[in-house]
Write a protein that binds this ligand. Structure first.
Ligand code: AN0
Ligand code: CP
Length: 315
């Protein structure tokens, strides 16, 4: 595996889930695979789970992880091509990327959508430069449009908790005071469309996701109607795509509370975290036994480890 952005990069989903179960049961069985191998994890943005779970996954495989925070620890990097570098950026990605590549075997990159220039974000301008110029396999740790390690962990969590063969999974938009990227809902939609689930997306008018990610999912604008009979409720905020990067409203009637959960099939609650309590989800829901947010976050080690294992196997 040379890159990990899309569900298609993992191949057969059934096989990937089987492998995930094996990795979870025996995390240290591939300690020799990563011996003397190095992964560099580049963070342009904050992280708790991705930063720690990626390092843990690498250590489980016997690899050496090195973490670099751009902006904090390194030179500020220019990401646009063809610009006169007379501002605050001291180095261009064009040099930084091959340098990073020369120090490691695999690269992971977190570079959130800037939410200002849709083409720049949706062309995966930063991640694609890493793919092109590093000469190394590259993992998106949430980039311009996708967060595949999260979606893979989410699918594994659903697989582990589902009570019917084809559960109903509802992704609902929820309010948030600041503009957030579409990467998490984009990837979740992409992975749910590829999985054997009944998948519904619900959001207020103006928050429609890019059709390339919505695919064949059912879209229902009435949140309560969408949630009827749901087995899994996946909450997430995202900013508008059509009014790119804007917060159109913070309508708290969309906060996932007891009223929303009451119409479901005693659904499990999921969120990728970090989550703002009583904006996205009411305390009574996230604190209930139906909340999967902690096992979901724990599965981030497993998804990252499967991806790194596959990359090591194809070096
Ligand atoms: C980020 C987002 O919504 O993309 C990261 C989530 C994994 N969330 C925040 O910035 C709060
Ligand atoms: N879910 C997730 O990616 O969390 P972090 O932003 O803390 O890495």
């Amino acid at each position: 595996m040379k890159q990990f952005l899309h569900v298609s990069d993992i191949g057969d989903l059934g096989k990937a889930l089987e492998e995930a179960k094996q990795v979870k049961a025996t995390p240290f069985a591939w300690q020799n695979l990563g011996k003397n191998k190095t992964i560099i994890l580049i963070f342009f943005n904050n992280s708790l789970r991705t930063r720690l779970s990626s390092q843990k996954a690498a250590l489980n495989l016997g690899m050496n992880p090195i973490v670099l925070n751009i902006n904090g620890d390194s030179w500020k990097l220019e990401t646009q091509l063809g610009v006169v570098m007379d501002g605050d950026k001291s180095e261009h990605l064009r040099e930084a990327i091959p340098v990073i590549g020369s120090y490691c075997d695999i690269i992971g990159v977190r570079s959130f959508a800037g939410l200002k220039d849709k083409d720049f974000d949706y062309n995966e301008t930063i991640l694609n430069q890493f793919i092109e110029y590093s000469g190394r396999p590259v993992i998106s740790l949430e980039s311009g449009t996708v967060h595949p390690c999260q979606a893979f962990a989410d699918l594994l969590t659903i697989e582990e908790h589902k009570k019917t063969k084809r559960p109903k999974v509802v992704m609902t938009w929820a309010p948030h005071p600041k503009a957030l990227p579409q990467a998490v809902p984009n990837s979740f939609a992409e992975w749910m469309n590829a999985a054997d689930v009944d998948f519904v997306i619900t959001q207020p008018e103006g928050y429609e996701l890019d059709p390339r990610f919505v695919g064949n999912a059912k879209v229902e604008y009435d949140q309560i109607k969408a949630l009827e009979g749901a087995d899994f409720v996946y909450a997430k905020n995202w900013s508008s795509v059509s009014h790119y990067g804007q917060v159109l409203n913070v309508d708290r009637s969309w906060t996932v509370g007891a009223k929303q959960m009451a119409v479901t099939n005693n659904a499990f609650f999921m969120h990728c975290l970090p989550v703002r309590r009583n904006m996205i989800v009411a305390d009574e829901v996230i604190d209930s036994p139906q909340s999967l947010v902690i096992p979901e976050a724990a599965n981030r080690v497993v998804s990252a480890q499967v991806v790194m294992k596959r990359m090591l196997e194809s070096l």
